[in-house]
Design a protein around this ligand. Structure first.
Ligand SMILES: [Fe+2]
Length: 418
C-alpha cells in the first residue's frame, strides 16, 4: 500500500514537472513596423518555468515543421519566470502556417496555426475579434467570465483580435498576467493579439516617473510593434492605429493627459494619420485606445477627447474603438460638435463623421447600462451583460456584430463608405 502511494507520488510529481515545463501562455502578435509587417512575419511569445533556449518550429503543413527560428529568452522579474520571444520572418502573404514552440529539453507546445495578412492593399475580407477589460476583479477573479468569452472567440477563425485594454486588474501582479495568458492561450496562440494597455495595466501614481506607462511586466510579456504603446499596422486595405490612453482620468486632475498638442506622441499620431490618408492602398483607418472619446458618465474624459478628436476629425478616421466602461456602447457618427442622425439605426451610410464604439465588458465587473438620454448614444444594452464583438471589413463596408457571453446577438451595425 505504502509502495503504491510512493509510486503515485512519483507519478504525480512527474506530471507536475512535465506540465510546468512545457511552454505556456503562448500568444502571437505582429511586432514589426512598416508596410509588410503583418503579411510576412509573426512573433511568438511564451512563458517557461526553466531556462529553455527554445525555438519555434514552423512550416506550411502541420506534419512537416521543417523550419526553425531561435527565441530570445529573458527572465521576467515581474512574473518570475522565463519569457521566450521569437519572430518568424520572410513568410508568404495570405498563407496558413503551423508551429510549435519549446525545446527537446523542456517539452513542446501543441501545434498551433496562424495565417499571415494578405499583400498590401489587397481587398480580401478581414475578420477581427474584439474584446476588452478582461481584468480579474469582481466575478472574474480567476478569469472565469473571460474564459467563457475566450471559448466563444475560439469558435471562429479571426485574422487577429483587438484587445482595448485593462487586460488585468493590477498590471504589477504576476498571478494576474499568468491567469490572463493561460486563459487566453486558446485564442492567442492561433490569433495575433493586438492590444493596448488600460488604466489597470499602467502606473497610476501621478508622481511616478513612469506615470501612465505600463508596469514593466507588460513590456516583458507583450511583443507589439515599435514602443508597444503607440503603434500602427496595415492589414490588407485597412490601417490600424493603437494608442496608449494611460490613466486619463487621474491625469486630467494633474494636467498630464497624454497626446497634448505638440507632444511627442501627438506628432507621431499626426504623421501616422497623414501617411495613412495619403496611402492609395488604404481605404479604412481604424483607431483604438482604452479610454473612449465619447462615453457615458465618468468614463468620458473631456481633455482626452479634446486632445484626440481634432486629429480623428482632420484625417477622417472611420471607426474609433475603446473600452474602459464595462458595457457596450455605440454612438452616432460625430465630427466636431456635430452629431449626425441616421435613417436606420443599424446603418451608417457614408457618414460625415467618425463612428465610436466602446466594447468594455469581456470579464471585469459589469457596470450599469446608462446613457440612453445622451444625444449621441445610438445603442447600449439595457441590462448588464458580458460581451465580445466581431468585425468584418470587406470592400466599402464594415459589418460589426456584438454578442453576449453565450453567443447571443446583442447589436449589429454596418458602416458603408464611398
Ligand atoms: Fe479602464
Amino acid at each position: 500500500m505504502k509502495f503504491s502511494f510512493f509510486l503515485l507520488a512519483i507519478f504525480l510529481s512527474f506530471q507536475i514537472v512535465i506540465s510546468h515545463a512545457q511552454p505556456r501562455g503562448i500568444h502571437i502578435s505582429w511586432n514589426g513596423t512598416g508596410k509588410k509587417a503583418t503579411a510576412t512575419a509573426m512573433a511568438v511569445t511564451w512563458l517557461n518555468d526553466n531556462t529553455d533556449n527554445g525555438v519555434v518550429k514552423y512550416g506550411t503543413r502541420a506534419e512537416n515543421l521543417d523550419q526553425t527560428v531561435a527565441a530570445v529568452e529573458a527572465f521576467s522579474s515581474g512574473v518570475k519566470t522565463y519569457v521566450s520571444k521569437a519572430t518568424i520572418q520572410n513568410l508568404k502573404p495570405a498563407t496558413y502556417y503551423f508551429y510549435k514552440a519549446g525545446s527537446d529539453k523542456n517539452g513542446w507546445s501543441a501545434v498551433y496555426k496562424f495565417k499571415t495578412a494578405p499583400a498590401e492593399g489587397d481587398k480580401s475580407k478581414i475578420f477581427i475579434g474584439l474584446w476588452s477589460d478582461t481584468q480579474n476583479n469582481g466575478g472574474n477573479l480567476n478569469f472565469e467570465q473571460t474564459d467563457t468569452i475566450v471559448k466563444q472567440l475560439s469558435k471562429n477563425t479571426y485574422n487577429f483580435t483587438i484587445h482595448t485594454g485593462d487586460i488585468v486588474e493590477n498590471g504589477s501582479v504576476a498571478k494576474s498576467w499568468n491567469g490572463y495568458f493561460n486563459t487566453g492561450q486558446l485564442v492567442n496562440a492561433n490569433t495575433p493579439l493586438m492590444s493596448v494597455p488600460g488604466n489597470h495595466d499602467v502606473v497610476n501614481d501621478t508622481t511616478s516617473k513612469i506615470f501612465q506607462r505600463p508596469f514593466p511586466i507588460f513590456f516583458e510579456l507583450m511583443n507589439l510593434p515599435g514602443n508597444q504603446l503607440n503603434y500602427s499596422y496595415n492589414y490588407g486595405n485597412a490601417h490600424f492605429i493603437a494608442i496608449n490612453s494611460g490613466y486619463a482620468q487621474g491625469a486630467e486632475k494633474v494636467g498630464k493627459v497624454l497626446f497634448a498638442e505638440n507632444s511627442e506622441e501627438y506628432k507621431w499620431l499626426e504623421t501616422d494619420l497623414k501617411n495613412a490618408r495619403q496611402d492609395k492602398n488604404i481605404n479604412w483607418i481604424i483607431m483604438y485606445s482604452h479610454y473612449p472619446l465619447f462615453a457615458f458618465g465618468v468614463s468620458h474624459i473631456q481633455t482626452w477627447q479634446n486632445h484626440i478628436q481634432p486629429l480623428v476629425d482632420k484625417y477622417k478616421v472611420d471607426l474609433y474603438i475603446a473600452g474602459h466602461r464595462h458595457v457596450y456602447e455605440r454612438h452616432k457618427a460625430i465630427k466636431g460638435a456635430q452629431i449626425f442622425e441616421q435613417a436606420d439605426m443599424h446603418v451608417y451610410n457614408k457618414p460625415q463623421g467618425t463612428v465610436y464604439v466602446n466594447n468594455g465588458s469581456s470579464g471585469g465587473s459589469l457596470q450599469g447600462a446608462g446613457g440612453w438620454d445622451m444625444p449621441d448614444m445610438l445603442f447600449t444594452p439595457r441590462q448588464k451583460i458580458y460581451t465580445y464583438s466581431e468585425m468584418t471589413i470587406e470592400g466599402n463596408t464594415i459589418e460589426y456584430k456584438v454578442f453576449d457571453k453565450q453567443g447571443t446577438p446583442v447589436d449589429y451595425f454596418k458602416l458603408i463608405k464611398d
